[in-house]
Write a protein that binds this ligand. Structure first.
Ligand SMILES: N[C@@H](CCC(=O)N[C@@H](CS)C(=O)NCC(=O)O)C(=O)O
Length: 206
């Protein structure tokens, strides 16, 4: 059984969407990061960087339990465990990992800063709002250009690269973005939004 430690944020939703897509049985342990539960010593033993998501799989490699943090590592682990959502062919596998890393290194951190300075910062700092909104628009432009004439971010199939990126684009309004300005990204976004597993994953934790 997999235990998912999560909260209702894009990084957490990536993992619940992947678990739903892969139909792996899991139980949910909400970690309320607005109340500091990520600093609980029991959670830190699993996720030492005090962030959700994290998982514990009682049936890890060699049949032994494994604990994992960092959503990119968890997505690779789950895809390899189930044998789906990460292509086996070397070219499409590296392409998928490349766009997964683009999400981990750029999409998440930069859009996350846009959320912070546009919505949550106690004071409005025009320099920070402009910097991260502009960087968000640049990243949307990169994704939009890449998706011109292709259905998925990597390879020929829906993959963990799409799953990692989608919940961040779902918060486009928080980031001051209008998908009308990014038609290829919008088509990709709307297609994935219809997937029942994505809809279920977005509701976790209930
Ligand atoms: N690179 C990490 C980022 C995870 C992350 O930023 N999680 C946030 C919620 S979206 C969190 O737990 N924040 C609590 C904290 O920093 O104290 C991943 O992808 O797993």
């Amino acid at each position: 059984m997999i235990t998912l430690y999560t909260w209702g944020t894009p990084n957490g939703q990536k993992i619940s969407i992947a678990l739903e897509e892969l139909q792996l049985p899991y139980e949910v342990r909400p970690v309320d990061i607005t109340r500091g539960e990520q600093f609980d010593p029991a959670f830190l033993a699993i996720s030492p960087n005090n962030k959700i998501p994290a998982i514990v799989d009682s049936d890890g490699p060699g049949g032994e339990p494994i604990a994992l943090f960092e959503s990119g590592a968890i997505l690779i682990y789950l895809a390899e465990k189930a044998g789906r959502l990460l292509p086996a062919g070397p070219r499409s596998r590296y392409e998928t990992l490349q766009w997964l890393m683009m999400q981990m290194g750029s999409v998440g951190p930069m859009l996350g800063q846009a959320h912070h300075f546009r919505r949550f910062a106690p004071e409005k700092i025009p320099y920070a709002i402009e910097r991260y909104t502009k960087e968000t628009a640049r990243i949307y432009g990169v994704l939009d250009k890449h998706l011109a004439g292709r259905e998925w971010l990597a390879g020929e199939q829906y993959s963990i690269a799409d799953i990692a990126t989608w919940p961040w684009i779902a918060r486009h309004e928080w980031q001051g973005m209008d998908l009308v300005d990014f038609p290829n990204l919008r088509r990709w976004f709307d297609t994935i939004a219809t997937r029942p597993a994505v809809q279920r994953g977005m509701e976790i934790p209930r």
